[in-house]
Design a binder for this molecule. Structure first.
Ligand code: F0G
Length: 436
């Protein structure tokens, strides 16, 4: 394992800049906020940007870094010595044509980028590979995060693989079992905090400052750099032709901030010639960005409540970066209620693609934006599904059994009780099945 003493002393080709006051900090400064309290961006010098041809050639390479859907774009993400890189070949996720889901939302065609196909089942692995790599480069031995579940699952896995100690703070009773099991299984020290994600987020920042632990929430600017690769990979999947829209769910707002930053950099470097518009979808019960964007004012935190526990966040850390990215991409924000989320999820699942509830806010939001005329039916749209279906099996089983408190099971596929006899099964099969 390398330590800080091994790190080269020359300045890296990037530095940190405060989003609030514009103050600059060294690229390897050990901080996740400016002295003024603002969040930080990584500003790259890009001394050696790759061409499209080089990035495309790497798709056929057998080198471990080229095979990662994050490190393939390394010059644009984190120029760092390869020995520090902690990779599990993240990214390389499917971009699926989803005609059935397109019909459901009112589009002629729809592509879904399934980030649930990452090694720990969510898009978080793209940011985490960069964050854990930076922890190693800085010689840190302990890492921590607060999480609604996926960040903790991802951090626990990458930290374990890199030999770092992991400490996770989760809101007790408010994260899905698939995610809690991952944090425990990968050996993270798991603290269940009374209160919500926003309380856990405040606590972990204080603990990290106090104890010299490396903070790996998306407030860490290097996490954001890794997450930019979602956009890079979508554009590469599309042969570098920008779609009209990219739609994704918003919680702590790191992912949408990263997408906008990365696309802006691609355009500035001439790798694409126009920017897609970004649509961020929030759950109606966790909608502070939606409210702030509509009123064109600063974000006011709310107390969050939604069945999509991954995005049950009332005080998102990266809201200013997100609003900036929306302004730069002529983006929009919408909100959808829990009924719309679970019904959209049933459609995504029944298409054979499947995703967790928060991911399906993407599809519910698309349906609303098409109905309102914001997105044209013939637009070229990519929707991002952020997490795997098996992250939250409880919601699936309760939905299909009609036992989700306060919600209808519009597209239920309830299990059928049957005696284990051939005649009875035959009778059942001949009776047919209602269309879903
Ligand atoms: N979808 C899923 C499945 C998520 O887990 C999250 C965030 C989001 C969407 C929203 O992304 O926060 O970048 O706006 N989950 C975090 C976590 C907060 O702790 O796992 P965001």
């Amino acid at each position: 394992m390398s330590t800080a003493h091994d790190a080269p002393t020359s300045d890296p080709p990037f530095h940190l800049r405060c989003v609030e006051c514009g103050g600059d900090w060294p690229g390897l400064a050990l901080r996740s906020r400016c002295d003024c309290g603002g969040t930080l961006d990584v500003v790259h010098a890009f001394p050696d940007p790759p061409s499209r041809a080089l990035l495309d050639a790497r798709l056929g390479s057998k080198q471990p870094l080229d095979r990662s859907g994050v490190w393939r774009y390394r010059e644009l993400i984190l120029p760092v010595e390869p020995e520090f890189v902690a990779t599990r070949r993240e990214g390389n996720t499917g971009l699926y044509d989803a005609p059935r889901v397109a019909t459901y939302v009112g589009l002629d065609a729809l592509s879904l980028k399934h980030e649930g196909e990452n090694p720990t089942g969510s898009f978080k692995d793209r940011g985490m590979t960069a964050g854990v790599t930076m922890a190693r480069k800085l010689g840190m031995t302990r890492v921590a995060c607060a999480s609604t579940g996926n960040t903790s699952a991802s951090m626990a896995a990458y930290a374990a693989a890199a030999g770092l100690e992991a400490l996770v703070f989760i809101p007790e009773g408010k994260i899905a079992y698939g995610k809690l099991s991952q944090a425990l299984a990968y050996g993270a020290r798991t603290l269940q905090i009374e209160g919500d994600f926003d309380a856990a987020m405040k606590l972990v920042q204080a603990v990290c400052d106090d104890e010299g632990v490396y903070l790996l929430n998306s407030i860490n600017p290097f996490r954001i750099e890794g997450q930019k690769a979602i956009g890079f990979e979508i554009l590469q999947d599309l042969d570098w032709r920008a779609p009209d829209w990219i739609v994704l769910p918003g919680g702590n707002l790191g992912n949408s901030s990263a997408l906008a930053k990365g696309l802006g950099e691609l355009r500035a470097l001439g790798l694409i010639d126009r920017l897609p518009r970004i649509a961020v979808v929030q759950a109606a019960g966790a909608n502070p960005l939606y409210t702030a964007w509509r009123a064109a004012r600063d974000l006011v935190p709310v107390r969050a409540q939604t069945i999509a526990t991954a995005i049950q966040i009332g005080d998102p850390v990266s809201w200013r970066k997100c609003l900036r990215g929306l302004a730069e991409t002529d983006g929009v924000v919408t909100e959808v209620d829990d009924q719309a989320i679970v019904d959209a999820k049933a459609q995504v699942d029944a298409a054979g693609i499947g995703a967790e509830p928060a991911s399906c806010a993407t599809v519910a939001g698309l349906k609303r934006l098409v109905a309102e005329g914001v997105i044209a039916p013939d637009a070229h749209v990519v929707g991002v599904l952020t997490g795997h279906l098996l992250k939250d099996p409880d919601v699936v089983v309760h939905y299909h059994q009609g036992t989700l408190a306060g919600l209808r099971s519009t597209f239920a596929n309830a299990p059928v009780r049957v005696r284990g006899e051939l005649d009875e099964v035959r009778r059942l099969l001949r009776a047919g099945r209602a269309p879903r």
